[in-house]
Design a protein around this ligand. Sequence first.
Ligand SMILES: NC(=O)c1ccc[n+]([C@@H]2O[C@H](COP(=O)([O-])OP(=O)(O)OC[C@H]3O[C@@H](n4cnc5c(N)ncnc54)[C@H](OP(=O)(O)O)[C@@H]3O)[C@@H](O)[C@H]2O)c1
Length: 317
Amino acid sequence: MNYKYCGTSGLQLPLISLGLWHNFGDVDDFSLATDMILHAFEQGITHFDLANNYGPSPGSAETNFGKILHSHLKNHRDEMIISSKAGYPMWNGPYGDGGSRKYLMASIDQSLKRTGLDYFDIFYTHRYDAQTPLEETVQALIDMVKQGKTLYVGLSRYPADKARQAYEMMEAQHVRCLIYQDKYNLLYREPEAELMPLNASMGKGFIVFSPLAQGVLTNRYLNGIPENSRAAKGHGALQTSDITPDVIAKIQQLNVLAEKRGQTLAEMSLAWLLHKKEVTSVIVGASSVKQLQDNIDSIQNFDFTPDELNRIDTILK
Ligand SMILES: NC(=O)c1ccc[n+]([C@@H]2O[C@H](COP(=O)([O-])OP(=O)(O)OC[C@H]3O[C@@H](n4cnc5c(N)ncnc54)[C@H](OP(=O)(O)O)[C@@H]3O)[C@@H](O)[C@H]2O)c1
């Protein structure tokens, strides 16, 4: 594994991080989840990304991660970066969703309890909440750091202008926001316009979620929709209707290019992200150790020729 400094901070993150949004809940195979986490750590993946609501059921990914950590990795806590988040609906009533101080403070305590951790390394506000004053959300993050509940804080899914304001508010109280987390992949290039330049110019790390477009940018859907895939499962965010003939035509052409580079489509898709200087790390999901290893192998070649980059742009136009 290679590691990269997170923006202008002193914290290094692995180029490949592991996310527990899917496949680590109480509907999933616990022994497979254990194998994936242990394999990741053995391969130098030191960063594991959680959120309060990951499962299903919500909270169960944190509970399972905590069990695995305490059974197998408890002597390695200082070698790991563990993140969690709050912002999406988690419990009933007005205090279980959004960006209020009430929700964030209760949620981090619940997440620490579920994982059995004393502190998180990174805690994120999971989304911008226009109904809550930005100052309230930011102050909650600052206070979490001051109370020792998290070492660093981050933002996810904020508009660029709000992210800038949040960074400035934190700096005024001597707490630096470490990192911004956003969706970015070959099929979704939105952050290139504002958020990536903003984060680079303000010295923040930029960490990518859904780097494989939930599996679309892999060999998973080249020839239809496999039964056990995320698109075929009832509880996922990826729908079978997302796998359109246009998408299939694009990924088939990308796959030809990947084969010419001696990579799988997943490897090339991740390599393309890693060749961007603004990207600190990519948070991959996986449903098998084989997929995870394939993703780790992407770091072996993330150089692209100008011709390859042009070919990618032409395919995706
Ligand atoms: N901040 C936020 O709002 C937010 C939102 C979403 C995600 N996240 C974070 O980002 C992490 C990753 O998101 P994601 O799961 O959508 O990432 P992803 O890497 O784009 O998709 C993961 C899925 O792709 C398939 N896959 C992965 N590697 C493969 C390979 N080598 N070959 C074939 N198929 C492969 C698997 O699907 P199958 O299950 O079909 O096998 C896997 O479950 C999450 O776990 C979470 O930590 C954050």
